[in-house]
Design a protein around this ligand. Structure first.
Ligand code: NAD
Length: 490
């Protein structure tokens, strides 16, 4: 199936055992969120039997893939990255059309995805095992890594290629085979992404994609053929997956939600902090797990910071991501748009005050004006994740109160502080309960080779993603091998 960004509906198919196979389940459509009349994909979703077929293919292919050796697997992954680079413009255009992000954001994501795959491919020449000294002279102790087997990868719609790249590339590098279940809103761009693996020569059955609904994907989660599950998405689905996996002693990795705080100290330039936090809150239309959801101003900077923030937010240009002047694309769906609007209305009824709202274009697209709400922790939006271009502002007397407010949700994904004072920065770095701390930078954004993940309800059980060593720890089991030399039989 060719990669295409044309205006006729695409008919994406499942990739199972190296073949493109249509599903026979319920009818599914994906829409262009900027122009919902534009049907991007129209097809039948995968069924339980498609999932079984994919699991059988992955199980059957695992031994030969593992035996091929890590260096050859790395070479194949490099070929995948090269193909993604060659198809960059087509994949990015399709991502904008189906997911809604701006073309600049989509190009950046495609580039990050190929770079991620290349990074993991390069680690194929890293040391494979560790040796330890032994108390017995002549004994060698080696800790070796082994593939888990078949890994289920379940991903959300907000980063259609980057999150799958973080998971699929290291899973394959370490000799696992994969059954990938992308989010239902983005079937066409998911197919374009996995097609690069197929076309680059990843053998049949090694990577499989099933375009299933969440309900059907439960069969993947519960399958005894799966030895590891890597999931990114919402807390309720993550908790359900964790229960199923731990009851069968299957390795599980969950990257979940966030309600990320940023502290603005009185000594910092308010215009700088406002421009950085507008990026943190609104880029990607606020549909990032790392987005700034709560800004806590300390002391007398409040009024000047808020004035600067309102100016920054209200000059954002909301529109079709394919238009070069757009800075904020639509949200993913009509139901997301309705949920976000109702969260804003609830915030106002709970005592929050809307202090900034960017304009939205007229027309049927799923547009939401980037919004700033001033409130307290009594307002639900100030403590619960609303997955869109909404951020909140509140006051604290001093840094200690700000840290307490920052830590006062169930989440612990990212946190930031804006300050010029080293003592305050050190205190915040130690006091903030988050897996990623940013100093004078937006909460969002991370380097693909640095450990990524949260604390508290944001990540479970807390193995990190992205960094080569962290992913090796998740996608392999280790064996400690003690070897002594036996005397020959006389
Ligand atoms: P979601 O949990 O609704 O869906 C995620 C994936 O799980 C989708 O593919 C979905 O179809 C699938 N799914 C749903 N029910 C399932 C079931 N019963 N069995 C198997 N699979 C099932 O999340 P979403 O709306 O796609 O994404 C938004 C959420 O993801 C937000 O909460 C956001 O914070 C979080 N997120 C977290 C990170 C991170 O790294 N921490 C990154 C991006 C998004």
């Amino acid at each position: 199936m060719p990669v295409s960004a044309s205006s006729s509906p695409l008919v994406p198919e499942n990739l199972i055992a190296g073949a493109w196979l249509p599903g026979s389940g319920e009818a599914v459509q994906s829409l262009n969120p900027a122009k919902p009349d534009d049907i991007v994909a129209s097809f039948k979703g995968a069924t339980e039997s498609d999932i079984k077929h994919a699991l059988e293919a992955a199980t059957g292919a695992q031994r030969a893939w593992n035996d091929m050796g890590i260096i050859k697997r790395g070479q194949i992954l490099r070929a995948v990255a090269d193909l993604i680079d060659q198809r960059r413009e087509a994949i990015a255009a399709l991502m904008t059309r189906e997911q809604g992000k701006t073309l600049a954001e989509a190009r950046g994501e495609v580039d990050g995805s190929s770079e991620t795959i290349r990074y993991h491919a390069a680690s194929s020449r890293n040391p494979l095992a560790k040796t330890y000294p032994s108390s017995f002279p002549g004994e060698h102790i080696e800790v070796v890594r082994e593939a888990l087997g078949v890994v289920a990868v379940i991903t959300p719609w907000n980063f259609p290629t980057q999150i799958p790249a973080w998971k699929i590339a290291p899973a394959l590098l370490w000799g696992n085979t994969v059954v990938w279940k992308p989010a239902s809103d983005i079937p066409a761009v998911s197919q374009a992404f996995i097609q690069a693996f197929h076309d680059a020569g990843v053998p049949a059955g090694v990577v499989n994609m099933v375009l299933a609904s969440g309900r059907v994907a439960q069969h993947l989660v519960d399958s005894p053929q799966v030895s590891g599950i890597s999931f990114t998405g919402s807390v309720p689905v993550g908790e359900m997956i964790a229960q199923s996996a731990t009851s069968r002693r299957v390795k599980v990795q969950l990257e979940l939600g966030g309600h990320n705080a940023a502290i603005v100290m009185p000594d910092v330039d308010p215009f700088f902090a406002a421009s950085q936090l507008t990026i943190g809150a609104m880029s990607g239309t606020g549909q990032k797990c790392t987005a700034t959801r709560r800004i806590i101003t300390v002391g007398d900077i409040h009024d000047s910071f808020v004035a600067a923030l309102v100016t920054e937010v209200e000059k954002l240009t909301v529109g079709d991501g394919a238009n070069p002047s757009t800075t904020i694309g639509p949200v993913i769906s009509a139901s997301a748009q309705a949920q976000i609007e109702s969260a804003v209305a609830d915030a106002v009824s709970e005592g929050g005050v809307v202090i900034a709202r960017a304009q939205v274009p007229k027309g049927p697209g799923f547009f939401v004006g980037p919004t700033v709400i001033e409130g307290t922790m009594e307002v639900r939006t100030c403590r619960e994740e609303v997955f869109g271009p909404i951020t909140t502002v509140m006051r604290a007397r001093d840094l200690e109160e700000a840290i307490e407010l920052a830590n006062s949700t169930e989440f612990g994904l990212t946190a930031s502080i804006f300050s010029t004072n080293d003592a305050d920065i050190l205190r915040a770095t130690a006091g903030l309960t988050a897996g990623l701390i940013k100093i004078n930078a937006p909460n969002t954004g991370s380097e693909l080779h640095v450990p990524f993940g949260g604390l508290k309800a944001s990540t479970f059980p807390a193995p990190r993603e992205q960094n080569a060593e962290s992913v090796a720890d998740f996608f392999t089991n280790t064996k400690s091998v003690y070897r002594r030399v036996a005397p020959r039989r006389a």
